[in-house]
Design a protein around this ligand. Structure first.
Ligand code: SF4
Length: 329
């Protein structure tokens, strides 16, 4: 038999794939993407979007093809009647103020769970508390939350070392809020450190880490100890996707990778497996999970099982202006 024929008849190795559930899009991401889609239908292109609407290149490119124009700051937008949408991550108060000054038709796609953190921070400030924001420097959500407060009203805490180094103005007047997409375990450690040093510190009744981040991390914790490797479908600037990779590694799976598209899979790393865990960050569409499963199916004979950590039925309605127009149609 010619060598090429032998290659066709060699059976593929078996691969058990454990699909984490829930994975992928959360209610805040669905609302943000639907907001841009709806605005494009209602107003026609272009629709301006400040910042990537969600951290996923595939999603952004798809919306760009339909007429969305993405900008980093409002000063890149010419004077226009076109809508200007703020991303799911939230924006500093200076952004809607500037949009108003320029008479933009501003539509806010900030996730309601991020808005809730903004409100908590504002209440703490009004009660005269010094605020600690647990989060990652430079992430747009952190920039947005800090931007709800006057300069100096909040201090960013990224690590336990930051807790140790922090000196409050008054330990009896301290509060903390968190970014929504952090590692549950790291954040619990930081909060415990804060409570040990400052027993009177006030925090959220239930943590600020959102349901979607929590559920996706819990599902990875179930799967990671049982598999040879884990693939997290998501973007390198997606906080919750990065956390999923870390959670997989800490749960006992040393081979974990964040992958945007099937073309990015490192087959040296994923070329000889018996089992694989697959999940996706909250901004990664299911079509990319399917693309990556198809790539594995070309090399392996795969069987797919779902491992569920939680059921999700969260839904956020569109921003009011888009809903009202929907009703008027
Ligand atoms: S990850 Fe959580 S906070 Fe962020 S958009 Fe989704 S639901 Fe909202």
């Amino acid at each position: 038999m010619p060598a090429s024929d032998a290659a066709f008849t060699t059976p593929k190795p078996s691969l058990r794939v454990f699909l984490c559930s829930p994975r992928g899009f959360c209610a805040g991401v669905v609302r943000a993407i639907d907001s841009v889609e709806r605005a494009l239908v209602l107003y026609g292109p272009p629709v301006y979007v400040r910042h990537e609407i969600v951290h996923n290149r595939y999603v952004v490119e798809g919306l760009r093809a339909k007429g969305a124009i993405f900008v980093d700051e409002l000063d890149e937008i010419p004077d226009t009647d076109a809508p200007v949408i703020f991303s799911a991550h939230g924006v500093p108060q200076s952004v809607p103020a500037e949009a108003k000054r320029r008479n933009f038709l501003a539509l806010d796609a900030t996730c309601p769970l991020v808005t809730k953190v903004h409100r908590e921070a504002e209440i703490h400030r009004r009660r005269g508390r010094e605020i600690l924001l647990i989060g990652h420097a430079g992430h747009p959500e952190v920039v947005g939350t800090l931007g709800q407060l006057p300069a100096g009203a909040a201090t960013l805490i990224e690590t336990i070392a930051d807790v140790d180094a922090f000196t409050p103005r008054d330990p009896a007047q301290l509060a903390y809020v968190t970014q929504t997409t952090l590692s549950i375990d790291d954040t619990a450690e930081i909060v415990a450190g804060l409570k040990a040093r400052f027993p009177q510190i006030v925090g959220p009744h239930k943590e600020d880490i959102c349901y979607a981040t929590t559920n996706r991390q819990e599902a990875v914790k179930l799967v990671a100890p049982q598999v040879d490797a884990v693939i997290v479908v998501g973007a390198p600037n997606s906080s919750n996707s990065l956390r999923l990779k870390e959670v997989a590694e800490r749960a006992g799976c040393p081979r974990a990778a964040l992958v945007q598209r099937a073309a990015d899979v490192d087959w040296d790393m994923f070329g000889s497996l018996a089992s694989l865990g697959v999940t996706a960050g909250a901004s990664a569409p299911e079509v990319l999970v399917e693309e990556i499963l198809d790539a594995f199916a070309e090399r392996y004979s795969i069987s797919v099982e779902t491992v569920a950590a939680a059921e999700e039925d969260v839904f956020f309605p569109l921003p009011r202006a888009l809903r009202e127009n929907e009703a008027a149609e």
